[in-house]
Design a binder for this molecule. Structure first.
Ligand SMILES: Nc1nc2c(c(=O)[nH]1)N[C@H]1C(S)=C(S)[C@@H](COP(=O)(O)O)O[C@H]1N2
Ligand SMILES: [Mo]
Length: 306
C-alpha cells in the first residue's frame, strides 16, 4: 500500500459525494444572493448551476481550491492539509540557491523575490489522479527569478525541494513518500513564460495547504510537478531524481506533461472531472497549452517521455 495515491475510483466517488453537498450549499447561497442582491462572485453562482450544464472554464471557488488538496506532508487525505497546516509558520522563510549558479547563497525569501513583478494567472490545474480545477494564482514567472540568479552555462535542469521538518510537517513521520519532496524541470521548461512561482491565490496570501509561502505551478503538467513550500532551488547539469518517479517510476515520469493519449497504467487520462461538475470533460493535450509549449518537446516520443 505504500507509494500510491489514494485509490482512484473510491476517491472520485467521495469527490462526487462532497461536491454534491457543496453544490447544495452553493444553490442555497445562490438563491440567497438573488433575494438579498448581495455581491457573490459569479464563480460561486456558476458552481451552483454546474449540475445541469458544462460551462467554459469557470473559476473553481476559493473554498474548494483551499480545502481539497494534495500535500502529503500534512496527510494523504484531501481534507487533511487544510486541517493539519493551520499553524504552519512561513515567516521567516529561507531559500537556499545551490549548484550551477553564479553565486550560491541562502536567501531570505523576501530578499530573493524583492522587486519581481507579481501578476494574476488563471490556469487549468490538472491532477494525475483525474480531477481538475481552474485557479487564479498570483505569482511571478520563474524565468524572472532564474534570470536574476544567473545559472552557469552548465545548468540544464533546475530542482525544487520542499521543507523537510517532521515537527512542522507531521505527514513526514510516515514513509508514504521519500522525504523531502523533490521536483525538477528542464531549464527551458523552467524558462517558459507560463511557469509560475506562486505566492498567492484569489488575490490573497497563499494558504499553507496550497504550499505557502512559495510553490511552483507548471500548468501544462500534472499537478505533482508543482512542489510546495520550497526551501531549495538547485541548478544541475544532470537530470535530478524526482519524488513520484522514485516512488513508482512506471507510473510517474520526469516530464508528466498532461496527455490524454497516454494513459496512466491504472486509469485513463483521456477524461477528467472538473471539481464542481458531474459529467467528465475531455482532457486537453498539454492541458490546453499546446501553442505555448509544444516546441519544447519537438522530436520527442511523448509515450517514452511520460
Ligand atoms: N511538497 C509537496 N508538493 C506537492 C504535493 C505534495 O504532496 N507535497 N502534491 C502535489 C500534487 S499531487 C498536486 S495535484 C498539487 C496540488 O496542489 P493544490 O493543493 O494547491 O491544488 O500539489 C503538488 N505539490
Ligand atoms: Mo496531483
Amino acid at each position: 500500500m505504500l507509494f500510491k495515491f489514494k485509490p482512484e475510483i473510491p476517491s472520485s466517488e467521495i469527490t462526487d459525494e462532497k461536491l454534491y453537498n457543496n453544490r447544495r450549499q452553493f444553490l442555497k447561497v445562490g438563491a440567497m444572493a438573488t433575494i438579498g442582491g448581495s455581491l457573490l462572485p459569479s464563480s460561486v453562482l456558476a458552481a451552483g448551476r454546474a449540475a445541469f450544464f458544462k460551462g467554459p472554464d469557470d473559476l473553481t471557488p476559493y473554498e474548494v481550491v483551499t480545502s481539497y488538496n494534495n500535500f502529503y506532508e500534512f496527510g494523504t487525505g484531501k481534507d487533511e492539509p487544510k486541517k493539519n497546516a493551520t499553524r504552519f509558520k512561513t515567516d521567516p522563510w529561507k531559500v537556499s540557491v545551490e549548484g550551477e549558479v553564479e553565486k550560491p547563497q541562502v536567501w531570505d525569501l523576501d530578499e530573493l523575490i524583492d522587486g519581481l513583478a507579481t501578476q494574476e494567472k488563471v490556469y487549468r490545474h490538472r491532477c494525475v489522479e483525474g480531477w481538475s480545477m481552474v485557479v487564479p494564482w498570483n505569482g511571478f514567472p520563474l524565468k524572472d527569478l532564474i534570470t536574476r540568479l544567473k545559472p552557469t552555462a552548465k545548468a540544464k535542469f533546475v530542482e525544487f525541494t520542499t521543507l523537510h521538518d517532521s515537527r512542522r510537517m507531521p505527514g513526514q513521520l510516515s514513509p508514504v513518500l521519500q522525504w523531502p519532496y523533490v521536483e525538477a524541470l528542464r531549464l527551458d521548461e523552467a524558462m517558459n513564460p507560463l511557469t509560475l512561482m506562486v505566492t498567492g491565490v484569489y488575490g490573497k496570501k497563499l494558504p499553507p495547504q496550497n504550499g505557502a509561502p512559495i510553490r511552483l505551478i507548471i500548468p501544462w503538467k500534472y499537478g505533482f510537478k508543482g512542489g510546495k513550500s520550497i526551501v531549495k532551488i538547485r541548478f544541475t547539469e544532470k537530470q535530478p531524481r524526482t519524488t513520484w518517479n522514485i516512488a513508482i517510476p512506471r507510473e510517474y515520469g520526469f516530464y508528466a506533461n498532461v496527455n490524454p493519449k497516454v494513459d496512466h497504467p491504472r486509469w485513463t487520462q483521456a477524461k477528467e472531472r472538473r471539481l464542481g461538475e458531474f459529467t467528465r470533460r475531455d482532457t486537453l493535450m498539454f492541458n490546453g497549452y499546446t501553442a505555448e509549449v509544444e516546441k519544447l518537446y519537438a522530436g520527442m516520443d511523448l509515450r517514452k517521455n511520460y
